[in-house]
Every structure is written in structure tokens, then in C-alpha cells.
Design a protein around this ligand. Structure first.
Ligand code: ADP
Ligand code: MG
Length: 284
């Protein structure tokens, strides 16, 4: 699996990124907290109605951890991810990424992937992948080796001049992943990225994502309602309660890396999924 993974050339860095990479301005190097939520609440005000979506979420995701969030539909998973991405303001509490308070979207240290790939249909694969690079003012020449490596890493070489409607759903999601990685963010936030895919393609995408993560380790927060997907991908799984969403329990996944599909039959995997299922079953 890993033999296919090319080494990605780094994107040109900003001084702030160099500080993060060297550990300057952070409390410790190994295992430092990258994503931090401290007593986060979210109340939606919709006209005269209000919806209490998140309650007292405190969570620390450490460098290079892959953490999934599971929970029933409507428990606040997307709300939490949108707050962490700076797309929604929290009503109370504090969220920070790489030690810097989250106040708006469009940070260079974050890559986002959502359920639908949200590709621009008038742009080719390559042009879609280049979007964040344009947004952050990185020159085409400086980013070119990285784009080529990402096309290879996501098995899209040969499709770089195709438009989204000429690609399968799985390929479109791989373009979205390459787009999220092009500016070399240290954090990936993913909201049910494979939710719209059939079971077979989803399994292939899980293996692909693990291969990419093992080749270019990032700190990943991954929302899913699929317990097997969560257990296969993650170091830890956060189980949320029903609305208002709070953290019911955090389950460690005792499987080594690299993850392989035959681990789906291991006792440790089956036990982890069983534990997650029990936790969700005891909710109303
Ligand atoms: P999940 O992703 O776990 O399915 P969401 O975060 O989408 O859940 O939603 C959590 C709760 O917040 C739900 O009750 C949903 O109806 C409500 N909600 C989500 N977005 C809005 C909004 N923009 N305005 C009002 N209520 C919302
Ligand atoms: Mg959602």
C-alpha cells in the first residue's frame, strides 16, 4: 500500500507556519495540542425559535492524531466541525487551532473536505486543486511539484484536464482531498466526505485516505455516522450524545498503523465497533 505513496514536496511556507513546525510558540513538541475546544456551546437562533445544538464540548486533538466524531443524525457533528473551521461562531467557549483562536474561515493551516465535493464544474481537476493555492497567493511555479505529487497520491494522474462531470463520485472526492492538501495544511477537517458514495467505493476511499494520511501525516478531525469507518480510520473516536450534542465518551482504537482491510476481521476492530454501537444504543 505505502509503496505507491510518493513523498510530497512541501508548499512554500509562511513565517507563522515555520513557527508551528519548529514548535516555537508552543508548549511542547511531541504530542502538542493542535485542535482545542474549551467548553464550546452553540445555540442557533432561527427567528423566534432557538436550537441548542452543542453543549459544553471540550476536546483536545494532538498533532498527527486521526480523531473521528460519531453520533446520531442531528446531534451536532457538522455544527461542531463548522465552528472549528471558523464557518460558524460558537455561542460560548473558545476554539483554537495551532494555538491561535479561530475567528474566521480561510486559515492556511486548515484544509476542508465536505460531504459533497463542491468542485467548480467549469474548472478541470488541476484547476480545482489549484484553488487554495490561488487563494493564499502561492505562485503556480512554486506549487507545481506539489500538484503533480498530489495527482499521483490521489491516483488522478491522467485525469488532470477532465472536468468534474467527467469523473466518478469517488474521483471527485479524491479531487476534493487533493484540493484540501495543496497548500500543505497541518489540519484536515472532514465532514462525512464519503457519505454519498456506495459501500464499495467508500471502503476503497477509506483505504486511500489511510494511505494518504500515512504518507503525509496531518491532524485530522473526521465526522461520520459510520461506526466501522470511524474505527478503521481513527486513533480515537468521540461519541456524541443526542442534541444538544455533548461528548458521551472517547473510545481509543487499539489497532496499529498502517491500517489494512484485513483488520476489519480482527477481534480488536470488532470489539471497538461493538463498544461504539453499545454507546449509541443506550441513547434515546
Ligand atoms: P449532524 O451533523 O450531527 O447531523 P447538525 O450539526 O447538522 O447535526 O445539526 C444539529 C442541530 O442543529 C439539528 O437539530 C439541526 O436541525 C440544527 N441546525 C443545524 N443548522 C442549523 C441552522 N442553520 N439553523 C437552525 N438550526 C440548525
Ligand atoms: Mg452533519
Amino acid at each position: 500500500m505505502s509503496s505507491r505513496a510518493p513523498v510530497l514536496p512541501a508548499a512554500p511556507r509562511s513565517p507563522a507556519q515555520d513557527d508551528v513546525a519548529s514548535g516555537r510558540g508552543t508548549s511542547s513538541d511531541a504530542g502538542r495540542v493542535v485542535i482545542s475546544c474549551d467548553d464550546v456551546h452553540k445555540l442557533y437562533l432561527a427567528g423566534r425559535r432557538s436550537v441548542y445544538a452543542l453543549k459544553a464540548i471540550s476536546l483536545a486533538v494532538r498533532e498527527r492524531e486521526f480523531v473521528s466524531i460519531v453520533g446520531r443524525s442531528g446531534c451536532g457533528k457538522s455544527t461542531l466541525l463548522h465552528c472549528i473551521a471558523g464557518l460558524l461562531p460558537a455561542s460560548h467557549g473558545e476554539i483554537s487551532i495551532n494555538g491561535e483562536r479561530v475567528e474566521r474561515p480561510g486559515r492556511r493551516d486548515v484544509g476542508l473536505v465536505f460531504q459533497t465535493s463542491a468542485l467548480l464544474r467549469w474548472r478541470t481537476t488541476r484547476e480545482n486543486i489549484l484553488l487554495p493555492a490561488e487563494m493564499f497567493g502561492l505562485s503556480r511555479e512554486s506549487i507545481e511539484p506539489r500538484v503533480r505529487a498530489l495527482l499521483k497520491l490521489t491516483a488522478l494522474d491522467g485525469f488532470e484536464h477532465h472536468y468534474p462531470n467527467q469523473l466518478s463520485g469517488g474521483m471527485q472526492q479524491r479531487v476534493a482531498i487533493a484540493r484540501a492538501l495543496v497548500h500543505d495544511p497541518s489540519v484536515l477537517l472532514m465532514d462525512e466526505p464519503f457519505g454519498a458514495l456506495d459501500a464499495q467505493t467508500r471502503e476503497t476511499m477509506n483505504v486511500e485516505l489511510m494511505r494518504i494520511w500515512e504518507a503525509t501525516p496531518k491532524t485530522v478531525l473526521f465526522v461520520t455516522h459510520d461506526l466501522q469507518e470511524a474505527a478503521f480510520l481513527s486513533n480515537r473516536v468521540v461519541v456524541m450524545t443526542s442534541a444538544p450534542g455533548s461528548i458521551q465518551e472517547i473510545v481509543e482504537v487499539p489497532l496499529p498503523h498502517p491500517r489494512r482491510l484485513d483488520m476489519l476481521y480482527s477481534g480488536a476492530f470488532v470489539e471497538t465497533v461493538k463498544r461504539l454501537r453499545e454507546l449509541l444504543a443506550c441513547q434515546r
